[in-house]
Write a protein that binds this ligand. Structure first.
Ligand code: SF4
Length: 1024
């Protein structure tokens, strides 16, 4: 048994042992080498192959899953399996469950209009249960027993019991659906292999006589089921070598971190234990902090082979400040000679937090790659194909349609898109139909007409083949027809090769899907792909290695097996990082565990180990950062990180959000100009398609755009060597103009670029258009103007405040959206309450009659999701009625409108309810049907301040209170607004108004907002 901390060379010892065995004459194929993750197994295989000459095909090296799959195929007859069985990924299983959702009983779990995340959490839990070898029947019996024994359980406990019974049903259905398809999930591979070895001695004999030596890496994280298979493989005097470190156990729960190594010692008391005590990976300072996080002090029994190292603790003013500081530091490291792939930015969730970090890296043109869960579906090129597929499957999918229109090769100007969405809205058409109508009228610009025609041609041609082709052939053809591969070939981004590989993976995914679903159509594949993208689960087959050096943005749980020179660990606020996604409460009842574990209560220890693993991925430098402003997180660092900071006597640095400085200005200008140039290559080329009088002017403009881009790149490069900006611009200008024609020189000299580059501040208005390419017409006709200002509602203000780009999609483009079930539900309840107060005598019966009427009118049906909403609504109305019955205040106005001027703007709104209180003052009430927020969370609230101003200005009514009424829980949360706060909100509205008037629609991605944004498919900030 080899025991040693991070970076001490445990894996190396295992591979050396393999090499030694082979040198002693042992056949390579009689050694079984097992690693826990696919990446680690690949690396181990590479290292073993180096040691046998020539590389050995029959090497038995892989993960437990791959080895069990191989075993089951080899012994398919004995296992009673079709040897062509297909192992299915978690994403496949979610898609399968989604497909068969009408067959699943889901009355007690909240679906909230989108079942994919719920089903993804079920799939994760099923995996955990299979790791512990717990069957659906055991879960069901346990749940039923618990419900039966809970005589005096409260409502919440009874509901929990009902959910457990329901989950057991879904678990059984899940397994039935897989077996109907002859498919096995990863858990099944282990369970079937175990059963085979356990029940068929002749098979066990065959297998074990083949593997005389077994090597297992990361044994501390071997699961219970894996351990059981291993025990059968090692029966009868096999020679087994395991390597592990209990301090790095992050996948074993409760008290299991030490168990595997402890059990090993008991099973093989004669085993020699080799302790490795010197870390060759981490420098001394890095190791000291990583050791301190384990127990608050000690060195963890490890010494560092190398002195030095740098560790920094950052307290950041906001998530954005955190991401900006990381990007700036990463850029500094790269300019100091560190290659980008030696840097990792570690985030809790790649899908949610990764894009915020990615946006900051992108601003500085630092190449990066999102690695791990669902990162594949954040790629722009993948989303382009997905958007086309979604549009073909459902022409009413406006988000997908707008993406297809706005991206190359169609690349319609914003203003033409706004015209099309307006037409679609007014005529109640889907977007492709609106495009057809627009082509018969004068709405579009001449250039827009050409592009719209191109769109329609592509759309109709693809639609013709959508129903009757094989999915893989269709996807391949779609990619070629839309020209998505071609665009990448002509692009110049550093990650072009990677983008091409991602595109190539889509038809591969379709082929893999067809292997599992031979009768599937492109529509089925689209549904599958969308479900996988929505569920947030990784698409295993889509995992892509780094093909160009890039900074890795990677999730905490995907880190194992990697090491880097520099690691930035983000989001280390108190309470984070928590347990593995999907395993927050690991969902395995103690009573069903088949192994004896130390008592529970080790959540802290598990978090410490996780942080230790993150920290020990760094060789040279480590930054541990937390952000004050992260919503829902307390404004303090993780206590373990704080402890490590104190124990090592390191000072915490304070990081403020940076206003755009000169460096950011240069980088963002470069990026914007580069993107504009790439996006408009075809447009510029189109102008040269025919000889005209002004063709030479077009050529000069196009070349000047390119030269300007070269200029910015050169100035950035020179600024890294410390050259003064003015001097750099002057020298670069001289070099460029030497090679330019007189016409190009003229365009360059007339450009405002130099002036802007010299400007240290950032003012998007002053950003020059890149030569001939950047001439976007104004969206002015679509801005909701009133007189000299705007017409604004409280929700407009809120939307712009959380993300200006979202405002553009929702209020300027006004992209038609089918209301979600949540929205329909909210509207129905609002109507019920309004009518109840306004038109009835206020009896309970009247309230419920109104609800029935409104429910039918809103077109709700009988699906599980709808019935759940109904049950929750009935409960909520019961509570509401009891509450209003006892209230002393008197509701006097409902849905009362207001309008007032604020500077040049007209602010309008409608207040759900105004109550006269017993002391003759008034309270404004806004109904909410979503999740309740606390007073603290509502500190920055704008909506009720706007209502308060509206009441004062429009109705001349001073109010004494304003509150949100959360209908579903019956909570009323008052929001205090002092005069200073009102003044602050007034200033906010003015700033927002100015931003809209200037058409500033920059995205402000955030992990709290983006996952729920309806415009993700279109938004460039939500992708890489
Ligand atoms: S996805 Fe995020 S950044 Fe993009 S529009 Fe929506 S809220 Fe804004």
């Amino acid at each position: 048994m080899v025991v040693g901390g991070a970076g001490t060379g445990k894996t190396h010892v295992l591979t050396r042992r393999f090499g030694w065995l082979v040198e002693q004459g042992v056949k390579a194929e009689s050694v079984l080498a097992i690693a826990l993750s696919r990446q680690a197994a690949n690396r181990m295989r590479g290292a073993l192959e180096e040691l046998v000459d020539p590389p050995y095909e029959e090497l038995y090296s892989g993960t437990f899953h791959s080895l069990c799959a191989r075993l089951l195929r080899d012994e398919a007859l004995e296992a009673g399996l079709d040897p062509a069985f297909v192992p299915v990924t978690p994403a496949d299983r979610v898609a399968l469950l989604l497909d068969r959702i009408p067959e699943l009983q889901l009355r007690h779990h909240e679906i909230r209009g989108n079942p994919a995340p719920l089903l993804a959490s079920f799939v994760s839990r099923i995996d955990r249960l299979k790791e512990e070898m717990i069957s659906p029947q055991e879960i069901r019996s346990h749940a039923e027993r618990t419900v039966a024994e809970a005589h005096d359980a409260d409502d919440a406990e009874r509901a929990r019991g009902a959910r457990e019974v329901e989950f057991a049903g879904v678990y059984a259905d899940h397994d039935r659906l897989l077996s109907e398809r002859g498919a096995l999930d990863f858990g099944d591979l282990l369970l079937r292999a175990f059963r085979l070895l356990h029940e068929k001695p002749q098979v066990r004999e065959r297998v074990t006589s083949r593997f005389r030596y077994v090597l297992v890496d990361e044994h501390q994280d071997t699961s219970f089921a894996q351990g059981m298979v291993l025990a059968l493989l090692c029966e009868k005097g096999r020679q087994i070598t395991v390597a592990g470190d209990p301090r790095q156990s992050i996948h074993r729960f409760r008290g299991a971190s030490e168990k595997n190594l402890h059990d090993f010692r008991e099973a093989f008391p004669e085993a020699e234990v080799v302790a490795l005590e010197e870390s060759r990976r981490c420098r001394r300072r890095v190791l000291a902090v990583a050791a301190a996080v384990l127990d608050g002090e000690g060195d963890g029994g490890l010494s560092a082979a190398r002195e030095g190292g740098e560790v920094r603790f950052w307290r950041c003013a906001s998530e954005r400040a955190q991401a900006q500081a990381v990007a700036a530091e990463v850029e500094r490291l790269i300019s100091a000679g560190v290659t980008p792939d030696e840097i990792a930015v570690v985030v809790r969730s790649v899908k949610d937090d990764g894009t915020v970090a990615g946006a900051a890296l992108e601003e500085r043109a630092v190449p990066f790659q999102l690695t791990g869960s669902a990162a594949f579906f954040a790629r722009a090129e993948v989303r382009d194909v997905l958007a086309w597929l979604r549009l073909l499957a459902d022409p009413g999918d406006s988000g997908a349609a707008v993406r297809a229109l706005s991206r190359p090769p169609v690349a319609l100007h914003s203003v033409d898109i706004a015209r099309l969405t307006q037409l679609a809205r007014r005529r109640k058409l889907d977007i492709p139909a609106a495009v057809a109508v627009a082509l018969e009228g004068p709405q579009l610009s001449p250039e827009g007409r050409d592009r719209a025609q191109a769109f329609l041609r592509l759309y109709r041609a693809a639609l013709g083949a959508f129903e009757d082709r094989r999915p893989d052939a269709f996807v391949l053809r779609l990619i070629e027809r839309v020209g998505i591969r071609r665009q990448q070939v002509f692009a110049t981004q550093a990650d072009t090769v990677e983008r091409l590989r991602n595109i190539a993976r889509l038809p591969e995914l379709a082929t893999a899907f067809m292997r599992r679903e031979p009768q599937a159509t492109p529509r089925d594949f689209t549904r599958h792909l969308k479900a996988v993208a929505d569920s947030g689960l990784p698409e295993a087959e889509a995992e892509s290695p780094l093909v160009t050096p890039a900074v890795r943005v990677i999730g905490t749980y995907d880190l194992k097996g990697y090491e880097f020179d520099h690691v930035f660990a983000l989001g280390l606020s108190a309470g984070m990082p928590d347990t593995e996604p999907g395993a927050a409460t690991d969902g395995v009842p103690d009573a069903l565990l088949k192994e004896r574990l130390a008592p529970a209560g080790h959540a802290d220890a598990q978090m410490r180990r996780l942080l230790h693993v993150v920290m020990t991925r760094a060789r040279e430098g480590l930054v541990l950062a937390w952000a004050e402003g992260a919503e829902g997180a307390p404004a303090r660092p993780s206590p373990f990180v704080a402890q490590a900071c104190a124990a090592t006597g390191t000072e915490e640095e304070t990081i403020e959000e940076e206003l755009f400085g000169a460096a950011e200005g240069l980088h963002s200008t470069f990026r914007i100009m580069r993107d504009e140039l790439l996006d408009t290559v075809a447009r510029v080329g189109g102008r040269l398609g025919e000889m005209r009088l002004d063709t030479s002017v077009d050529v000069s403009n196009a070349v000047a755009s390119f030269l300007e881009l070269v200029k910015v790149a050169a100035v950035i490069d020179r600024s890294k060597t410390g050259q003064a900006l003015d001097e750099a611009i002057a020298e670069v200008n001289q070099l460029l103009t030497q090679g330019a024609t007189p016409e190009q020189r003229e365009v360059l000299e007339a450009s405002a670029l130099d002036g802007w580059l010299r400007d240290a501040g950032r003012d998007p208005e002053r950003r020059p258009a890149s030569g001939a390419a950047g001439s976007e017409p104004s969206l002015d006709p679509f801005i909701p103007r009133r007189g000299d200002g705007l017409m604004l509602s409280a929700s407009d203000i809120e939307t712009y405040r959380i993300c200006p780009l979202k405002y553009k999609f929702a209020r300027v483009f006004r992209i038609p959206q089918e209301p979600t079930i949540n929205q329909r539900f909210g509207i129905a309840l609002h109507q019920v309450l309004e009518r109840f107060h306004q038109h009835t005598g206020g009896t309970r019966q009247e309230l419920f009659d109104l609800f029935e009427l409104s429910w039918r009118r809103a077109g709700f049906g009988e699906s599980d999701d709808e019935l759940q909403f109904r049950e929750r609504a009935l409960d909520a109305l019961e509570r509401y009625w009891e509450r209003v019955r006892d209230e002393e205040s008197e509701p006097v106005w409902f849905e009362r409108g207001f309008a007032f001027r604020l500077g040049p703007h007209l602010v309008r709104g409608r207040v759900d309810r105004v109550d006269r209180l017993p002391d003759d003052t008034y309270e404004l009430i806004d109904y909410k049907t979503g999740k309740a927020r606390t007073e603290e969370q509502l500190r920055e609230d704008v909506q009720l301040s706007v209502y308060q101003m509206g009441a004062r200005e429009s109705w001349k009514l001073e109010t004494s209170a304003q509150s949100y009424f959360y209908v579903m829980t019956g909570e009323k949360v008052p929001v205090e607004h002092s005069e200073e706060q009102l003044e602050r909100v007034r200033t906010t509205i003015e700033t927002i108004g100015d931003g809209i008037m200037r058409q500033e629609f920059q995205p402000t991605p955030s992990a709290e907002i983006c996952p729920f944004c309806d415009y993700r498919i279109i938004c460039p900030a939500a992708e890489k």
